[in-house]
Each structure stands twice: as C-alpha cells, then as structure tokens.
Design a protein around this ligand. Structure first.
Ligand code: CMC
Length: 432
C-alpha cells in the first residue's frame, strides 16, 4: 500500500491525545484512513454499520465508480469485456490470473475447465435427498458445501495448489450443479456435460436437452447466457463476497466459504433481486398490467407500504448500472431472435422504468435500474424458471468469490475477520 500525500489527525474533547491517522492511496478511487492502531492508542472503535465507509481489505480485482456508472475487471471496462469477442471463460481467466489470456493460454484454460465439468456421480444421491419442490438456492447451498466432502484433495486453503484446483472445480462444476438442481425439480433425468460445447452452450444443453431428442444450442441464447455470466462475474466487496472473505478468513476450506457466499447471495436485497423483480412484474401483470402501474408506483413511494421497485437502486451505483445497459441490449437481441414483439412483462418493465427515471422520488435518491432489472426478463425469455435466476447468478459469481478469496489468502495483511461492537445491553449484574 502506498501512503497518500494527505495527512489526517483525529482530535478528542476528553483529553485523549491527538491520533495521527496514516492515509493510503489506491491506484484509483478514494483514499483510506488506516485506523488499525486507533483502539490501541485511544481505546475507541469506529462505528460503521453496513460498512458504508469502511474498506475491509485491499484488492486489485474489480473497481466500481458508482457516480460515473463504471465497472472495471482488472482495469478493463465491463462494456469492452462483454462486447469485444471474448467469452466468460476469458473473464474467469482475467479475474483469477490478472491478465487476459493469450491464444495458447485460452486453449489450455478452456481445456482445464472442460475436463472438470462432470461432478462425482455420488453427488446425485445427495441431491436426491432434497424435496422436489426445494428452492434451487437451498439445494445449491447444500451442494456447494458438500463439494468439500467429495473433493478432499482441494480443501486446504493454505495450499496454493489446492486453491487453484478448487477454483477450477468450482467454475467447471457450478453449471452442472445448477442444471442438476433444475432437472431434479421438474423430474427429468440429469444431462451430462458435453465438452465440445462452449461454457454457456453446455449449460443450456444440460438445462434443456433430454435423452429423447437432439438439442441444438441457439447461438443468440448462448451469447445472452455468456453475457449474463460475464456481467455477474465479480462486483468487488459486495455482501456475498465479503461473506466469502469473512468465512474464508477462519481458514475454512474454499467450498465451505463459497457455500456461505451462495447463502448470502440468496437474499432479495442482493442476488435474490432478479427473482423478486420478475415476481413483482408478474404480480403487476396479474393485477391489471399497464393500468395498475400508476397505483403500484404510488405504493413504492409510500414509506409505510414496504413495497420497493425491485431491480432499482444500488449501494454503490448512484448512476446507471453499466451492466443494466448491456442487459437491455441483450434483452432486445433475445426477443428479436424469438420473434416476440409485444411481451407484456417487458412492456411493463419499460413503462415502470420510464416513470421512475422521470419521477422526483427516484431522481432525487439517484435510483437507477440495476443489472437485475433486465436479467430476469432475459432469462425468462430463454426459458429459465424464475426460481433458478439466483442460482445462475451464483454460478457466474463463483469465479469472483474464489478470485477474491485467493487474493485474501495471498495478502500478508490478512487476518481473521472479527468486527467489534458498541455494546448497548445491560451492564454486569447478579442473578437474583
Ligand atoms: N424502491 C424504492 N425505494 C428505494 C429503492 C427501491 N428499489 N431502493 C432504495 N430506495 C430508497 C430507500 O427507501 C431510501 O429512501 P429514504 O432515503 O427516503 O429512506 C433511499 O432510497 C436510499 O436507499 P437505501 O436502502 O438507504 O440504500 P442502500 O444503499 O442501503 O440499499 C439496495 C441499496 C440495493 C439494497 C436498495 O436500493 C434496494 O433494496 N433495491 C431493491 C433490491 C435490488 O434491486 N437489489 C439488487 C442490487 S444489484 C444486484 C446485486 O449486486 O446484488
């Protein structure tokens, strides 16, 4: 870390001597105040619920400028990664190894991932223990955690080779596990991976092929799927990534740490928003569609209603989420390829968006569509059931989680995560 030219001093009114705070500068973005020695010097903690102002680590993977609406993976803008010819596996390589692959590196990496797409046959028996109507995220949390029981040779987080194998296994096997969870829920046989297909094509094949008929991957849907994966691959220190880091900081195995990330992602304020957004649109459609939009928006603006416009707003983006723009483009491509002109759900989404972008409630709070606003509509058009949306987000985010986890383990400054608290409960007292 590099010291900034900026200097800071905290002064106190109770006689505690001034505390000189070292200030560090990143390559871009805000400086940080290093308060590690604050408690030792002053006996005081800092208070920051929700980590609104706290950098919990240093990272060189992903950078977001929320005001500009910019997202960079290892310095490359998301728009370029999503549109300039590479695929999701190139993004995985970039996130894990810091650089985009050369042609040879790309070939080797694709081969490496492809060789690991099958899962231990025994995993299907574990899966069969779930109820058929279990939520896919409940199944995935279990399956990912269970990988540590199936792949003992990659569970030592302090062993660089183990970490590397675990990373490849997670990237390779997540599509297989998500597709298995889906097939199980609809009572169809599991479809084994087909290694002559692309990563996204193979996923669609495992989702929609059956043993009875030949399944041909539609290139537009394949590209759409690949883009969904790329846009969701990493997003710096969000709730699930921070969960993975915190969980991994105890030295637990990588699969356990990633399972914790899957569990965190499930929540509707995070990865569950795409499912919640689609449910919201379907609910509005059922209650009258476009004629109900105005009444719905009044509810959103009423603080007592508890209703939110799902897929809108973001902790970091206070401008258009750049991923939402790319998803909008994919949405148009997919509907054109399917020959659908007047999809009522898409029309509703566009109507709500138009109102929100002009309404002072949203404008003054800087609430713009986030990636989940359109990703659910695209996935629904591809034929993916709503309950699987967050599972697909987890599939795509696994590479980000594992890259961030491995970065943390390699950071000499990393320590077990252990936040402090402002205690407001009862002082010591005796049992009567
Ligand atoms: N609909 C209506 N009002 C909203 C919304 C929304 N979607 N989002 C924020 N607000 C209001 C909020 O009520 C608050 O108003 P006030 O200042 O009057 O109290 C103000 O905007 C600021 O919101 P906040 O909750 O303090 O902001 P936050 O940074 O803590 O929360 C968020 C960010 C994403 C949790 C929130 O915007 C939200 O719940 N959005 C809907 C869920 C969603 O789409 N989540 C997906 C996030 S992107 C995918 C991912 O990375 O996981």
């Amino acid at each position: 870390m590099k010291l900034s030219d900026n200097k800071a001093t905290i002064s106190f009114s109770n006689g505690t001597p001034n505390f000189e705070v070292p200030v560090y500068a990143g390559t871009i973005g805000p400086d940080v105040l290093d308060i590690r020695k604050l408690y030792g010097a002053t006996g005081m903690f800092t208070y920051d619920p929700g980590f609104l102002s706290t950098a919990a680590c240093q990272s060189a993977i992903t950078y977001i400028d929320g005001d500009k609406g910019e997202l960079l993976y290892r310095g490359y803008p998301i728009e370029q990664l999503a549109t300039r010819g590479g695929d999701f596996l190139d993004t995985c390589y970039l996130l894990l190894r810091s650089e985009l692959p050369t042609d040879t590196q790309r070939k080797d990496f694709h081969k490496l991932v492809t060789m690991h797409t099958m899962v231990n046959e025994q995993m299907q028996f574990f899966l069969r223990g779930f109820r058929r109507d279990a939520h896919p995220m409940a199944i995935l949390t279990g399956l990912v955690g269970a990988m540590s029981a199936f792949y003992h040779d990659s569970t030592d987080i302090n062993n660089a080779e183990h970490r590397e194998i675990a990373a490849i296994r997670l990237i390779a096997k997540m599509p297989t596990l998500v597709a298995m969870a889906y097939k199980y829920s609809i009572g169809q046989p599991f479809v084994y991976p087909k290694n002559n297909l692309s990563y996204a094509g193979n996923f669609l094949h495992m989702m929609f092929a059956t043993p009875c008929e030949e399944y041909k991957v539609n290139p537009v849907m394949e590209r759409a799927m690949d883009r969904i994966f790329t846009l969701h691959a990493d997003h710096e220190q969000n709730a699930s990534t921070s969960t993975v880091r915190l969980c991994g900081s105890s030295g637990t195995n990588p699969f356990a740490a990633i399972a914790a990330g899957v569990a965190c992602l499930w929540g509707p304020a995070h990865g569950g928003a795409n499912e919640a957004c689609l449910q919201m649109l379907e609910d509005i459609h059922a209650k009258g569609g476009l004629s109900y939009v105005k009444e719905f928006m009044e509810k959103v603006k009423d603080k007592n209603s508890g209703v939110k416009l799902m897929g809108f707003g973001h902790r970091v983006y206070k401008n258009f989420d750049p991923r939402a723009k790319l998803m909008q483009e994919t949405c148009r491509e997919v509907f054109a390829a399917l020959g659908v002109e007047n999809d009522p759900i898409l029309q509703l989404a566009q109507a709500l968006e138009k109102i929100a972008l002009e309404d002072d409630y949203f404008v003054s709070r800087k609430l713009y569509p986030n990636v989940d606003y359109y990703s659910g509509i695209v996935q629904r058009a591809i034929g993916i059931p709503v309950s699987l949306f967050t599972g697909i987000f987890a599939l795509a985010r696994s590479v980000g989680w594992i890259a961030q986890l491995n970065e943390m383990i390699g950071d000499p400054e990393y320590k077990i995560g252990r936040p402090r608290q402002l205690f407001t409960g009862s002082q010591r007292r005796d049992v009567p």
